[in-house]
Design a protein. Structure first.
Length: 202
């Protein structure tokens, strides 16, 4: 006996109900408060290793909020927190040293890295410059991000809208007191790349 046609369509219907391709056009209905989806967010950084390569790592625990003004994105606000103890490379023993040592992240003394937006400059419908204050190791300095708005869609297992963003930026680690091994060829400039999803707050 052949399967009933409706049963064959069921998986397609279920997928359609929980997923839709992102749309980038302005829709006032998207205005409101959003919460960072940590499961679909990443922050990857790179720093020069004696000029031979770009040493790469990431932070694995990130949380945050977004107030999104779809019509006037300049009025949007972002507040993101990073757990320095979630510092991660391919070397777990090295990670523990970087996380704990006062000369590095000193996570016990400074248990939070925080970025709070101060200004947003719109370039076009999907691109902008996000300026904010980054607090790292108890010191606060301005950081600038180039942001791409990937659009609004519907993510799996979330009832409301989901917004997607890509961002890039850089900082000088010496500004935050991270001067260890600078004279031995470990770079000062740290570049980073961010992928982020924000889920509409219920």
């Amino acid at each position: 006996m052949r399967p009933f046609p409706a049963l064959r369509l069921l998986p397609v219907v279920l997928i359609a109900a929980c997923f839709s391709p992102p749309q980038t056009q302005i829709r006032a209905v998207l205005d409101g408060n959003y919460v960072l989806d940590s499961a679909h967010t990443s922050l990857v950084w790179q720093v020069s290793h004696v000029g031979l390569s770009q040493y790469t790592g990431r932070f694995d625990k990130i949380s945050g909020t977004l107030f999104f003004d779809a019509v006037n994105p300049e009025n949007s606000k972002v507040d993101v927190k990073i757990d320095p103890a979630s510092f991660s490379t391919v070397n777990p023993d090295f990670d523990k040293k970087i996380i704990a040592a006062p000369g590095w992240l000193g996570a016990e003394k400074w248990p939070e890295i925080r970025f709070v937006s101060t200004e947003i400059d719109k370039i076009d419908a999907t691109h902008g410059i996000l300026k904010g204050d980054l607090t790292l190791r108890g010191q606060t300095h301005p950081v600038i991000l180039a942001v791409t708005y990937n659009g609004a869609g519907k993510s799996f297992s979330h009832k409301g809208a989901t917004l997607g963003f890509h961002a890039t930026g850089s900082l000088n680690r010496s500004d935050f007191g991270l001067t260890k091994y600078l004279r031995f060829g470990i770079g000062d400039q740290v570049s980073f790349e961010i992928e982020a999803e924000f889920n509409e707050k219920p």
